[in-house]
Design a protein around this ligand. Structure first.
Ligand code: OGA
Ligand code: NI
Length: 333
């Protein structure tokens, strides 16, 4: 044991933070965020009956930002509220109750409660603890990583997973049509109904120096797409044209990130968004991203219909597991 949880560090850090959490000036949010800007990540109404318009909006957002928010997405607000309620309750349990779900140090799997995923370049630490577990398909679920307390944790997470399919299908359909492909081809390229939904809960405790620390450093997601629900504490930032912008908190919206696999299949037309998360001085921030991923042994590469002599493939084809291994270990692509 002996892993220090940020939640515990936050309990005794009232004015300062340990040195390993202080970012270089290139990363400090107070120095690197565009102030007073009008530019914002696009907001798209998924219930609009004019599908062509929705496709155009999604193509635009995915090519220029790699991120957008969706409203009227069809997931009942009550389902999302209940997902958030039980995730927050888990992190408010006593440390020993959470440690029962700790990711074991030598394990290959990403699932479980933990404190650090990435090895960071500068050796800095992120101000966050997390819980990872798969929520779909049922055959991939390891219930040992699902909290038994609160008792409704399982039911509420299963309900959220069930309601996600509608949004996921709609997004892949629009992304596919936007490339001139058939409506089902993007989803098929990601494994169709074998796609895996990996839930992460990020728990960012209050931080006395939010100007110096980061909750999550700049990265792109390895997934196909990520669908994120935040609590009401703003903190997510997106990078566009080398500038960092705050992503506004919109009640009941879902935040969609284009991940690396969609960028690859689209042969670079859609951009996997560079993003990061800030922390807050007074409030605990929590977010629930679901990484929608290809099955690990599926080979993913630029869609054959999108490459030809004039448009050669910009990315190598790789098994998803291989892609993740290379990225996490920073071996050349
Ligand atoms: C992530 C992530 C952002 C957020 O966990 O990959 O980008 O808003 N989180 O918590
Ligand atoms: Ni991310």
């Amino acid at each position: 044991m002996g892993v220090e949880r940020v939640q515990e560090i936050a309990n005794f850090s009232k004015e300062t933070i340990p040195e390993e959490f202080i970012r270089t000036t290139y990363e400090q949010p107070a120095l690197t965020t565009v102030q007073g800007t009008v530019l914002e990540v696009p907001v798209i109404d998924l219930s609009d009956p004019d599908e062509e318009k929705v496709v155009r909006a999604i193509v635009d957002a995915s090519s220029n930002w790699g991120m957008f928010q969706v409203v009227n997405h069809g997931i009942p607000h009550e389902t999302v509220r209940k997902l958030k309620e039980v995730g927050k309750a888990f992190f408010e349990l006593q440390p020993h109750e959470k440690e029962a779900y700790a990711k074991s140090p030598g394990s290959e799997s990403i699932e479980g409660y933990g404190t650090k995923l990435q090895r960071e370049v500068e050796g800095k630490k992120a101000w966050v603890d997390h819980l990872f577990h798969k929520i779909w398909p049922p055959s991939e679920i390891n219930y040992q990583f699902w909290p038994k307390n609160p008792p409704s944790y399982r039911k509420n997470n299963e309900e959220y997973a069930k309601h996600m399919h509608g949004v996921v299908d709609k997004l892949f359909r629009c992304l596919s049509l936007g490339l001139g492909l058939e409506g089902n081809e993007m989803k098929e390229a990601m494994g169709g109904d074998n796609m895996v939904y990996l839930l992460k809960i990020n728990y960012y405790p209050q931080c006395p120096r939010p100007d110096l620390a980061l909750g999550v450093p700049a990265h792109t997601d390895m997934s196909a797409i990520t669908i994120l629900v935040p609590n009401d504490v703003q903190g997510l930032q997106a990078c566009k044209d080398d500038h960092w912008y705050d992503v506004e908190y919109i009640p009941n919206a879902l935040i969609v990130h284009i991940g690396d696999q969609v960028e690859i299949v689209s042969n670079g037309k859609y951009k996997s968004v560079l993003h990061r998360a800030k922390v807050n001085k007074e409030k605990t921030r929590i977010s629930w991203p679901v990484f929608v991923e290809p099955p690990s042994d599926l080979e993913v590469g630029p869609h054959p219909k999108l490459v030809n002599e004039a448009n050669p493939p910009k990315f190598e084809s790789k098994k998803y597991s291989q892609y993740c291994f290379c990225k996490l270990n920073k071996t050349p692509k």
